[in-house]
Design a binder for this molecule. Structure first.
Ligand code: KIV
Ligand code: ZN
Length: 419
């Protein structure tokens, strides 16, 4: 039986008491395991999802969207296991001081919402995330009902979700192409029904930063009850603007961002987590928010997600690409040798890259190999597993001069799948 949860967080818990009193806490909502897993060609096994979820928790992510429980029995079980096994973890969560919130997605229908609650409610902190499209294009061609029906269904979905859990998020799918005033009316109804987070997806990556920022500002100003909820961004990268749009959303009042590791997701992907966080890190005085992410975990989490999802990171990818901290030309190398500030705006160690110049090859020893494993997120390997991997590494190094992180991850690729 389903009972209203007594331990779901209230809005007050989000309002952080921090030494940085003048700034608001930015809630980081990671959707790698839901929207990210919707990347063409990506299917993660439950054990792989659990491993990613553990890393996300240790990274300091505030909300993990663990999946879409009604989508399949497998998705349901994965979300339930993440809720049970990762939901209570406190490792690496000193800055946030509380466990991660486990969320699941559901359409605006009672059976979806109930199924979602059954999966997420195993976590000490959990959230139901329900969505309904609000653009005329989606209403006419996909949903085949009118604006009035849309308003009613959105409000009814939130009202039902609130009978199960305090923490409820509503997303107005395709907000980027929805009529602004109609959107305000829908959001007023869901706020009235008790929603705690309102998410504004630019589902097809259509907006530009100025437009998206203006939309967030307009909605906050013109929706009754807007001060009772957290406003959230959810951007897609079809035009390469997801990071810029998300940052513009923050500048215009959003206090939650929905992102994925390495930006994996439908089509061109979601907003890359690492890019938004390092923009804020690099311009601390510019953004009116602070976050509680352990940035030194970024590189290893990125590598784990890349290796388990099979989504290779392009070498010149911002923040986590293999070339992101390498200097090739003579002039740049000379500058960096004199003073790193000449060509480095981020210290590699701030994202967890400690040995940018350490190239592994056949003369490298077991210690250097083990250190690299730790940096890549495999610090928990047993001595036996390390020995096996080191043997494989030496065999490869006989035929290849420079061993990359990607080569090392390939050497370990059977580790997770074999359990
Ligand atoms: O892009 C989108 O609209 C979504 C919603 C379901 C949140 O992923
Ligand atoms: Zn999306």
């Amino acid at each position: 039986t389903i009972n209203r949860s007594t331990i779901a967080p209230t809005l007050k818990q989000y309002r952080y008491i921090s030494h940085e009193v003048s700034k608001d806490k930015l809630i980081v909502f990671d959707t790698t395991l839901r929207d990210g897993e919707q990347s063409p060609g990506v299917t993660l096994k439950t054990e792989e999802k659990l491993e990613i979820a553990r890393h996300l928790s240790a990274l300091g992510i505030d909300v993990i969207e663990a999946g879409f429980p009604i989508a399949s029995q497998g998705d349901f079980e994965a979300v339930a296991r993440i809720a049970k096994e990762v939901g209570p973890l406190m490792t690496g969560r000193e800055k946030t001081g509380k466990p991660v919130i486990i969320a699941g997605l559901s359409r605006a229908a009672e059976k979806d919402i109930k199924r979602c609650y059954e999966a997420v409610s195993h976590a000490p902190l959990h959230r139901i995330h329900t969505f309904l499209a609000t653009s005329d294009i989606h209403l006419k061609y996909k949903l085949k009902f009118d604006r009035d029906e849309c308003r009613k269904r959105a409000a009814a979905a939130v009202a039902y979700a609130k009978t199960l859990c305090d923490d409820v998020e509503f997303s107005s799918e395709d907000s980027g192409r929805s009529d602004k005033d109609f959107l305000c009316r829908v959001l007023e109804e869901v706020i009235e029904a008790g929603v705690t987070t309102v998410n504004i997806p630019d589902t097809v990556g259509y907006s530009n930063p100025e437009e998206y920022g203006r939309l967030i500002k307009y909605l906050i100003k013109n929706t009754r009850g807007s001060d009772k909820v957290i406003w959230s961004t959810h951007c897609h990268d079809d035009l390469g603007l997801a990071t810029a749009n998300t940052l513009s959303g923050i500048l215009n009042g959003a206090r939650q961002i929905e992102v994925s590791i390495n930006g994996i997701g439908e089509r061109a992907g979601n907003t890359p987590f690492e890019e938004v966080i390092m923009n804020i890190h690099t311009h601390p005085d510019y953004y009116p928010v602070y976050h509680t992410i352990n940035t030194q975990q970024i590189y290893r989490t990125s590598n784990i997600v890349s290796s388990l999802s099979g989504m290779v990171i392009q070498p010149n990818k911002a923040i986590v690409g293999a070339n992101a901290f390498l200097h090739e030309s003579g002039i740049h190398q000379d500058g960096v040798l004199k003073n790193k500030l000449t060509y480095e705006i981020i210290r590699p160690e701030d994202v967890g890259i400690f040995n940018v110049n350490l190239v592994l090859g056949k003369l490298s020893g077991r210690n250097a190999f083990r250190t690299r494993l730790e940096e890549l997120g495999y610090g928990d390997m047993s001595e036996d597993d390390v020995n096996v991997a080191f043997g494989r590494f030496k065999a490869l190094a006989d035929n290849k001069k420079r061993i990359t992180d990607h080569d090392i991850l390939a050497l370990l690729s059977d580790r997770v799948s074999s359990g």
